[in-house]
Design a protein around this ligand. Structure first.
Ligand SMILES: Cc1cn([C@H]2C[C@H](O)[C@@H](COP(=O)(O)OP(=O)(O)O[C@H]3O[C@@H](C)C(=O)[C@@H](O)[C@H]3O)O2)c(=O)[nH]c1=O
Length: 189
């Protein structure tokens, strides 16, 4: 597994090994021991999510869950392609307010490991984009939070394809980060 730093502490871009042959390829997309050996992470995942977005330009985000259901996520794309975004909102982090974007696609097999204390979202670059992600805490409707995708505090570059008509009501009505009682703090490793 290839592990690439992102310049934001704790946020990692991962590329699991693929074994290609005449049939196609095989890949262990998640192996707890491999991930731990490559990164030192001991995250325990308790929920797997899978979403389909039919139309190119569909944006979901920016989301997180508050403690006690804060979630680390291991995100990959199983169909089509997305531009995947993580924003560091940990008070005291040297990269507070910074974001990173990566193309995750079925073809490149890249994964993003997003620790707790980040907002996460994505925009689809193809029709029928499928996002698959593991979460370290179960879903909690009470702790679920959406922050405006276009909050000027971080100015994420979503590209030119955002289809505002496809936003969920939750995302359309989301507050800015400054309106959110942000519970996350940075703990240096
Ligand atoms: C996220 C989630 C949603 N749901 C339900 C709630 C709702 O009725 C329906 C759709 O939920 P949402 O509109 O929140 O789905 P979506 O906008 O895809 O939310 C997801 O976005 C990405 C960016 C993330 O990072 C995820 O953690 C999650 O927040 O599914 C669950 O039952 N379990 C879950 O874990």
């Amino acid at each position: 597994m290839q592990v690439d730093e992102t310049g934001i502490p704790g946020l990692l871009l991962l590329t699991p090994k693929r074994f290609g042959d005449s049939r196609g390829w095989f890949s262990e997309v998640y192996n707890q021991a491999t991930l731990q050996a490559a990164t030192g992470l001991e995250t325990v995942f308790v929920q797997d999510n899978h979403s389909l977005s039919r139309v190119r330009g569909t944006l979901r985000g920016l989301h997180c869950q508050r403690p006690p259901y804060a979630q680390a996520k291991l995100v990959r794309c199983g169909g089509g392609a997305v531009w995947d975004i993580a924003v560091d909102i940990r008070h005291g982090s040297p990269t507070f307010g910074q974001w990173r974007g990566y193309e995750l696609s079925a073809e490149n097999g890249n994964q993003l490991y997003i620790p707790t204390g980040f907002l996460h979202g994505f925009i689809t670059l193809t029709p029928d984009a499928e996002l698959l992600y593991k979460c370290s805490a179960p879903y909690s409707a009470e702790c679920d939070v959406s922050i405006r995708f276009d909050d000027p505090a971080f100015g994420v570059d979503w590209g030119d394809e955002v289809d505002l008509s496809l936003l969920s009501n939750k995302d359309r009505e989301a507050p800015t980060l400054s309106e959110f009682e942000n519970p996350f703090t940075y703990e240096a490793e």
